[in-house]
Write a protein that binds this ligand. Structure first.
Ligand SMILES: *[C@@H]1O[C@H](CO)[C@@H](O)[C@H](O)[C@H]1NC(C)=O
Length: 280
């Protein structure tokens, strides 16, 4: 601990130090009522999809995602179904049942559930949006694709690029302050060096880190992930000089899907579809 504090004092001269911000290995898990198969947390709050592909927003989590919130409100105006979703700043991106990218328009503090869904022609297996508006996805071939520049807006505009330089078969992707991270069909874990800081720079290549995960969420200065047997892991030692971090620390608890955003907490769902908020 002393060493960490001392390192922070040294680093304080060059930038903010978050080295001590998420250090607990005993996560405190609190169950939230309801049942979901997917959950995401971001600036616009906590959203989820249930086993019937219905979409739910957690009341009172807009702007304060550590809130347990009040209740789940179904986002059913107009009637719509999603396979998965990801929460950004005043926007939610998702994947329709036909595999197309879609985004929710009209999200703001007064109408946190937004107003309409806009459907793009692009197909994707997974999508993620960073707090600053970096949009990334995995196409049907398991390739990394991204939209140029930062734009939190729900819009069909913008140039899409595919990174075909890689033979990786990616299955899930997440993007945030701690960079762009993804897992592949064989559970291997990859990040893009240089992508830390949510600046809009997507890096030039994937670099593998040790371990195996099936789901992960990128937070402010950590990545949290779950392995195929449900164990929860947090990546330690992320720094701009070493954006891949130094190692994995196991947290207490078990989950199937996990997501993180700006503090020392994560939202997740278990195999039985029950919903949990963990702080660590
Ligand atoms: C990628 O992995 C999926 C399983 O997640 C599999 O169905 C698909 O065939 C794989 N694609 C390639 C190109 O290997």
């Amino acid at each position: 601990m002393l060493i960490i504090i001392f390192a922070c004092l040294l680093l304080a001269a060059v930038g903010p130090c978050d080295a001590t911000s998420c250090s607990a290995t005993t996560a405190l898990w609190e169950q939230i009522e309801g049942a979901l198969v997917k959950v995401s947390v971001g600036p616009a709050g906590v959203w989820g999809v249930n086993v019937n592909n219905q979409i739910w927003y957690r009341d009172d989590t807009y702007g304060t995602a550590t809130n347990l919130g009040g209740d789940w409100t179904q986002v059913d105006e107009p009637i719509f179904s999603l396979m998965d979703l990801d929460v950004g700043d005043d926007v939610v991106w998702g994947i329709t049942l036909k595999g197309k990218l879609t985004c929710r328009k009209g999200i703001n503090e007064a109408t946190p559930q937004g107003e309409t869904w806009k459907i793009l022609k692009n197909k994707a297996k997974d999508v993620a949006i960073s707090p600053n508006g970096q949009l990334v996805a995995i196409n049907e071939l398991g390739q990394f694709v991204y939209r140029e520049g930062l734009s939190s807006k729900c819009s069909r505009m913008g140039k899409w690029f595919a990174h075909t330089d890689s033979s990786l078969n990616l299955t899930q992707i997440s993007v945030g302050e701690a960079g762009i991270w993804a897992v592949a069909a064989d559970s291997k874990i990859y990040y893009r060096p240089g992508s830390m800081g949510d600046t809009g720079y997507i890096g030039t290549e994937w670099e593998q880190v040790n371990g195996g995960l099936v789901s992960l969420g990128v937070g402010k200065d950590f990545v949290v992930g779950v392995s195929s047997n449900g164990q929860i892991w947090r990546r330690e030692g992320m720094a701009s000089s070493n954006s891949g971090g130094t190692g994995w620390i196991q947290l207490t608890g078990d989950l199937k899907v996990v997501d993180a955003y700006n503090g020392c907490y994560a939202w997740g769902v278990k195999r039985g579809q029950d919903i949990w908020l963990g702080t660590f």
